[in-house]
Write a protein of this length. Structure first.
Length: 201
């Protein structure tokens, strides 16, 4: 009988050890599964923010408008031309697909690279500024007075390639509504890049 009791105790002890070992293995497996899920979660969560344009606006176009250059030789027009640049930016902002780089951010970058707001700009320089801003397209232009006419020209440049995406020009007898001329010229320059759904064409 004593031998039987000893055997039962040994069997019970073995069963207890097996149950404890099984529990430990099960808990470890569950913990490992939770850890894997935690490791995977940030990847999916971070993907929408991996670029400048999130999934919700992946079909949008990030544009920055450089200050128009005053080529008239009349410094008295400087203030009007600054206002004109803001008006052009607001006009573009009315388009749902366009994301406009903030003026403060643009001014900061221009200051960093020591580019005068009224200085001459070429496609390569515009593309350089655009890369610093995270823009897709840069818009810049100038205003001149030729033979009694106000002439507003605008160009759009693809930042990635530094290639000119399009150009636009509008003119009217001076004095003229420079703001309206600039809006039309800019829309012409961007017409090959984006389809406008509002405003003047």
């Amino acid at each position: 009988m004593t031998a039987n009791i000893a055997m039962e105790r040994a069997r019970s002890s073995n069963l207890a050890q097996i149950w404890i070992l099984s529990s430990v293995v099960l808990l470890s497996a569950c913990s490992g599964a939770r850890a894997v899920e935690r490791d995977r979660a940030p990847t999916g969560a971070e993907q929408p923010n991996s670029g400048a344009i999130t999934k919700s606006n992946q079909h949008s176009l990030v544009i920055a408008v450089l200050p128009f250059r005053n080529n008239t030789g009349d410094d008295r027009l400087d203030g009007e031309i600054r206002t004109l640049t803001e008006a052009v930016s607001l006009d573009l902002l009315s388009e749902p697909r366009i994301i406009l780089v903030e003026r403060q951010r643009l001014d900061s970058v221009l200051s960093e690279i020591r580019l005068s707001a009224t200085g001459a700009v070429d496609p390569a320089t515009a593309a350089k500024v655009g890369r610093l801003l995270g823009a897709s397209v840069m818009v810049f232009g100038s205003i001149s007075i030729i033979d009694g006419e106000a002439v507003v020209t605008a160009r759009a440049v693809h930042v990635e390639t530094s290639e000119i995406a399009g150009g636009g020009v509008d003119r009217a007898t001076f004095p003229a509504n420079l703001e309206l001329l600039a809006k039309k010229a800019v829309r012409q320059a961007l017409s090959g890049t984006i389809s406008f759904h509002s405003g003047d064409n």
